[in-house]
Each structure stands twice: as structure tokens, then as C-alpha cells.
Ligand binder design. Structure first.
Ligand SMILES: [Zn+2]
Length: 265
């Protein structure tokens, strides 16, 4: 059984490219069935980016929509991006109808077989494998896996064209621009700031380093030592003599000893 393949929708939130490769498929469900989630509702949530989330596919019996090309990273698994995460960075995410009809299983299994035809024998994981969540509820991944292995995969479904140029990823801003935005408060505060920067594809450490440069931050200086006070203490005898004095004054020994000699004329 094939399925209707919809490519006219594009998710607002995703991270371009697959620098860490692809080594699994993650199964999600739309939501608890008691909340009456719908195919169109889930697609719309990803298209608008209303929740700053996405998935590669939304699937139900007879119908699959591809919102993020498998060659890009969806924001689906809650385990961050650009950190070699098993979920967002390395997995392909499928959002499944939680009613779990036989038709739902059949279509999702066909999609899995199609993906495996292109990307190899990818194992299945539930979303909750990657982060704390109830998703995908009662979905039976062993059944999906068994069913997928009865099907021959066809590549077309997996070879989603890259995003059309008309709907490109927002151009990455240069480091100075992002650093100025951070200083202006547009990225909030840490640790959320670093997570947001990473999610948007930036190197949070590099941005912070640039911010520190711009703000003139310097590494915290070593606490300054009062050489005069130490010299007076040495003269009082507080630091003993010879090797003991050298040991106790440590790296300050030479400076203190010079000052002692000056004080003693
Ligand atoms: Zn999920």
C-alpha cells in the first residue's frame, strides 16, 4: 500500500544539514487522543512554528506530509541541536496519529521501509528515549518494526527535494551581529540563551566570547597581593627563615624578599 505524499508544507523551525549523520528513526504521537489532535492541526503547528518545534514527517493512514527534509534537522526530540544529540541531530522524526488504527500502522511502516531503503537499517526509538516526555504514548514500535520489514521500501518518499529556494532558511547572521543582539538582550539570559543560540545554529561559546570582548570583559585577575604587608610580616618573623620562608611565600617569594631588602636598607 502506498500513501499520499504531501510536500507543500514546510516547517518554520529546523536546523540545516546533518553534520552528525543519520542513525535512527524517532516515533512520536501527535498528542493524547483525548485532546483530539488532527493531521492538519499538527501540520499547522509546525508550519507556523508556534511551539518552536517541528518533525520531518506527519503521518496517518494513507497520508504522509514531509515538513523538514531528512537531510536537515527537525526540532522534535528535546535534546538540543549542534551537540551531536541522538534525537534532533541524528534521528528522523515521524509524528503519528495517536489513534493507532491498522491503517496508521500500515502507512507508518511503509514510510519506515522507504526511509530504510535510502538511509540503511535505521533502528526505531520512542521520543521518550531522548528526553523526558510521555510521547509517543502507547505506540507499539516493535509492531511498526515487524510490519516495516514485510514491506519493500521505495526511495521516492525519502528523497524529498531540499527545501525550495523560495522558502530558504533564514540567513545566519555573523558573529558580531548576534553578539550585539545578545548585548541588547534579544536572546535572554543563560542558560536559556546558550540553548537558544545553539538551537538557531550558532556556536554559543563563540558568541559569548565575542560578547565579552565587546563589553571589555577581562579574565578575572588573580587577587592582588599586598607585597608591603607580606614584607612587614617577614620582617616580624611570621614566615620563618630560609627554605620555610621560600615555601610559604611561594610565587611571591622573590618580590617580597626584594621589598624586605629595600625596607631593611
Ligand atoms: Zn514526540
Amino acid at each position: 500500500m502506498g500513501y499520499q505524499y504531501l510536500t507543500q508544507y514546510d516547517a518554520a523551525c529546523y536546523t540545516p544539514g546533518r553534520p552528525y549523520g543519520i542513525d535512527s528513526i524517532t516515533i512520536h504521537w501527535w498528542d493524547d487522543p483525548a485532546k483530539h489532535p488532527t493531521f492538519d492541526g499538527v501540520v499547522n503547528t509546525f508550519v507556523t512554528g508556534a511551539r518552536q518545534t517541528s518533525a520531518h514527517y506527519v503521518a496517518e493512514a494513507g497520508k504522509v506530509a514531509c515538513l523538514v527534509a531528512p537531510g536537515d534537522r527537525a526540532w522534535a526530540c528535546g535534546d538540543d541541536v549542534n551537540v551531536n544529540s541522538g534525537g534532533n541531530d541524528r534521528s528522523i522524526s515521524i509524528e503519528c496519529n495517536p489513534r493507532q488504527s491498522d491503517g496508521d500502522y500500515d502507512t507508518i511502516a511503509q514510510l519506515i521501509a522507504d526511509l530504510r531503503a535510502t538511509y540503511g537499517d535505521l533502528p526505531l526509538y520512542p521520543h521518550r528515549h531522548w528526553s523526558s516526555t510521555g510521547c509517543p504514548g502507547t505506540y507499539d514500535l516493535a509492531r511498526l518494526d515487524r510490519l516495516a520489514r514485510t514491506k519493500s521500501g521505495k526511495k521516492p518518499a525519502a528523497s524529498t527535494p531540499a527545501r525550495p529556494a523560495a522558502n530558504p532558511a533564514p540567513a545566519r547572521k555573523d558573529l558580531d551581529t548576534v553578539a550585539r543582539e545578545v548585548i541588547a538582550g534579544q536572546w535572554g539570559n543563560n542558560p536559556e540563551r546558550a540553548a537558544k543560540l545553539r538551537a538557531a545554529g550558532y556556536d554559543a561559546d563563540a558568541v559569548q566570547a565575542r560578547v565579552n570582548q565587546m563589553l571589555g570583559a577581562r579574565p578575572t585577575p588573580a587577587p592582588s597581593v599586598d607585597i608591603d604587608a607580606l614584607a612587614r610580616a617577614v620582617i616580624r618573623g611570621d614566615y620563618g627563615n630560609g627554605d620555610e620562608r621560600r615555601r610559604r611565600l611561594g610565587s611571591n617569594y622573590d618580590a617580597v624578599q626584594r621589598r624586605v631588602n629595600q625596607m631593611l636598607g
